[in-house]
Design a binder for this molecule. Sequence first.
Ligand code: ADP
Ligand code: ASP
Ligand code: MG
Length: 417
Amino acid sequence: MALVVKKFGGTSVADLERIAAVAERVKRSVDAGDRVAVVASAMAGETDRLVGLCRAAAAGDGDPAEMCEYDSVVAAGEQISTGLLALTLQRLGVPARSWTGWQVPVRTLGHHGSARVDTIDPAALLASIDAGVVPVVAGFQGVDANGRIATLGRGGSDTSAVALAAALGADRCDIYTDVDGVFTTDPRIVAKARKLDRISFEEMLEMASQGAKVLQTRSVAMAMQHGVRLQVLSSFNDRPGTLVVPEGDIMEQEVVSGLAYSLNESRISVMHAPDRPGVVAAIFSPLSQAGINVDMIVQTSAKVGEVANVTFTVPETDLDRAVSLLEAARDEIGYKDLIADRGVVKISAIGLGMKSHSGVAETMFKTLSERAINVDVISTSEIKLSVLIKADYLELALRALHAAYGLDAKEEPYGGS
Ligand code: ADP
Ligand code: ASP
Ligand code: MG
């Protein structure tokens, strides 16, 4: 008898009809003899609604007391969906009960709003499964050392599911969502995106961290670390999904396996700064002290040894804070102008084969230049090449690059976008 964790995302539990379909799916698995634990997200749109209410109610300075209450409010969405799913399972004759994070308990560390899972005590859930009662666990939430509800960051139910699978020693963790699996890129933007039967943990980690929201980045890292067998599939049909597997299980590595994009980007250019040692440190120190993550960086010298321009990206959600910090440090840094731009997007090509093949950058720059798309900033890692472009060109660039890297499917899985 396999022990399986099944996680259902927001669109999979969007209304009572969808919840009934999910309950039927869980029932089929239980009837087939599986030992099942369920993790559910909030009903689609609910977390956004709750975040909006918090923003309207709060002063908005994000201090710890404020974030504690934020977590208490936004975690409520999962309490409702898990309760409704447990009720529906009971109606279908499947014994079930709902669990909030603190009831399990899922213990967390770190900041409210982006807490990390520390430990999960699996005893009560295992006892429930052994007694034939399906536990339906609220994703996205846990409890901190002070007994306060903490949430794991947007998309965090994926991480809840993987953490639970690791703690329960589950044979598999199935992530049910609204597309058939992991695609070569977001199938909602590129109609010719192709579903991957398998993807390596390394590539999936890079895809997720570069913006492919189909799995939360930390869920992939955790599955990799704990050897959780992870599968992404649709809750809307019975087609096979995508298995996330160790690198060694993939016989032939694609040079580019997929493209990701991130909209949460903004660009800052510090113009006409003195070109001398210590200036770059003076720009980035206040940002790092404030916990602002700087991603892509490029420095150019207008006149060698005299003035330099430093351009870099920060998450759009941190742009206002970053600009205020740099304005406060203007005299110390000694720059003339500061330019901030929200209208940018980052596109990344990802593939294990990049380690040993060249030409990925050439194809990227040639394809974009043929469409007159300007590249603002570039960054690379061993298995990734990222470019920052104007947000207006996102769809055009993604489709063109998808074709140029030979990723296009013959048929469009969702019949056009
Ligand atoms: P859930 O609510 O089930 O957690 P999400 O909205 O978080 O679902 O993630 C699924 C969405 O991820 C898809 O609807 C799709 O638009 C998007 N997505 C982005 N990149 C990819 C990709 N490479 N493969 C599949 N889906 C992707
Ligand atoms: N409901 C949370 C969110 O919308 C967690 C999740 O869906 O994974 O971010
Ligand atoms: Mg999600």
